[in-house]
Design a protein around this ligand. Structure first.
Ligand code: UD1
Ligand code: F6R
Length: 380
């Protein structure tokens, strides 16, 4: 069942090149053929989501898109919020399902509510779905489980098709959720001439993604050696911003829930508003500084942390000379391949999933069944 791996979590991390292909199969048309006479080259690349086709225009003319989820699924929404905003020009709000219910958040008939859940059975998300349905919103599901409560109760949706996920810690579902949310943004912006170049860039990068993930999985041995260095630590801070704030939160959640080590994901823009007080020469700090619009700001974060003699681990793109110039012998680099900015979180999380996996094994914790946790949280 584990296909030669020791644990389901490990198997599911390594399955990601294939699960991402399955998520896109039959849905994304990557056209790289030379331009044909009389054929609009832009019509050659497209995303077709069978479950949304009939609803695309309703969603386009909605008042706002509200993404609702819990845990890792919420972080997938956070990672893709900017892409949906950018491609649809609609306001996109994010809601943790339990908080939406605690606040009894206002929802209206012209709201488009998207419920993201791997299991499709999470009680908090189901409650929020029933609440939004009562208020007349269009309810869209993004689930991994065909026939699940959320798949059945939503008006329409998309199955992420990542394949069965058994390890309690969500790994391959997270990357497939991000790809699905990106495909939704692409499907919703198909008629926009102004977004064509950007859409093409993203679709081309989707085509390369499984290979890039395969490449980043080769960091396995390096992540094990990093885990050996960190296994006795009490805490790990993770800084990110922009698209990779979600990566910081998700990496910290993985370290907490499986390795049972305290870890905190921090928005790098908030560093000076409190977290900097924790920085000294002992606290390990992981910084996600891949090359996107936030890069210059992340280089400045690295400089400020270095000035305090912090122990740094930096996720950066291969060949990034800006980072190379800044690092000292106390700094460890995790070099990842570059993809388009909005898909970089899919690549960046993979070595951090491997790190949390190896930390768990080395610390002697239960990888697939962390204490006190269940795969589907069916109570609120
Ligand atoms: C569907 C088939 C797939 C087939 C393909 C061929 C299913 C489950 N999928 O995939 O096997 O190869 O057509 O064209 O039979 N839905 C919800 N809520 C959710 C998720 C999905 O209501 O949370 C609905 C969708 O609106 C749709 C149906 O479930 O009506 C199937 O969704 P999805 O599997 O994503 O559709 P296709 O990719 O078209
Ligand atoms: C973390 C994890 C949880 C789930 C959360 C929502 O690794 O698995 O945080 O993401 O319980 O579950 P789903 O996506 O099934 O609604």
């Amino acid at each position: 069942m584990k296909g030669g791996y020791d644990h389901f979590m490990q198997k599911e991390i390594h399955e990601q090149p294939e699960s991402l292909l399955q998520t896109m199969r039959g849905r994304v048309k990557f056209d790289r053929s030379p331009a044909k006479l009389g054929v609009d080259p832009y019509q050659e690349r497209r995303v077709t989501l069978g479950g949304l086709t009939e609803h695309v225009s309703t969603i386009r003319f909605g008042r706002r898109i509200m993404l609702v989820a819990c845990g890792t699924s919420y972080y997938a929404c956070l990672a893709c919020r900017q892409t949906i905003e950018e491609l649809t020009d609609l306001p996109v709000t994010l809601e943790l399902a339990s908080d939406l219910m605690d606040r009894r958040c206002p929802i209206f008939r012209d709201d488009m509510c998207v419920f993201v859940s791997q299991s499709g059975e999470t009680a908090d998300t189901i409650q929020a779905l029933e609440y939004a349905k009562e208020r007349g919103a269009l309810c869209i599901g993004i689930t991994n489980t065909v026939g699940s409560a959320i798949a059945r109760s939503t008006h329409c949706g998309v199955h992420i098709n990542a394949g069965c996920e058994i390890g309690v810690a969500s790994t391959k579902a997270y990357t497939s959720q991000m790809v699905t949310l990106t495909m939704v943004a692409l499907a919703l912006s198909e008629d926009s001439i102004a977004k064509r170049a950007r859409r093409d860039e993203i679709i081309d990068s989707l085509g390369q993604l499984p290979e890039k993930v395969r490449e980043v999985l080769l960091l396995d041995t390096e992540m094990r050696s990093l885990a050996q260095q960190l296994m006795k630590e009490e805490s790990l801070l993770v800084f990110g911003r922009g698209y990779n704030f979600a990566t910081a939160l998700e990496a910290a959640l993985k370290v907490k829930e499986v390795a049972l080590m305290h870890s905190e994901g921090i928005l790098a823009g908030e560093m000076k508003h409190g977290p900097l007080a924790l920085v000294d020469e002992n606290m390990p700090i992981l910084v996600i500084a891949t090359q996107d619009r936030m890069h210059a700001k992340m280089l400045s974060v690295v400089s400020q942390l270095r000035a305090r003699n912090a122990r740094l681990i930096i996720v950066c793109n291969k060949g990034d000379t800006g980072i190379a110039d800044l690092v000292s012998e106390r700094c460890r680099l995790i070099e990842v391949p570059q993809v388009v900015d909005c898909l970089q979180p899919v690549v960046n999380i993979v070595p951090l999933q491997l790190l949390s996996y190896h930390l768990t094994v080395l610390r002697g914790m239960n990888v697939d069944q962390p204490r006190n946790l269940a795969k589907s949280v069916t109570v609120t």
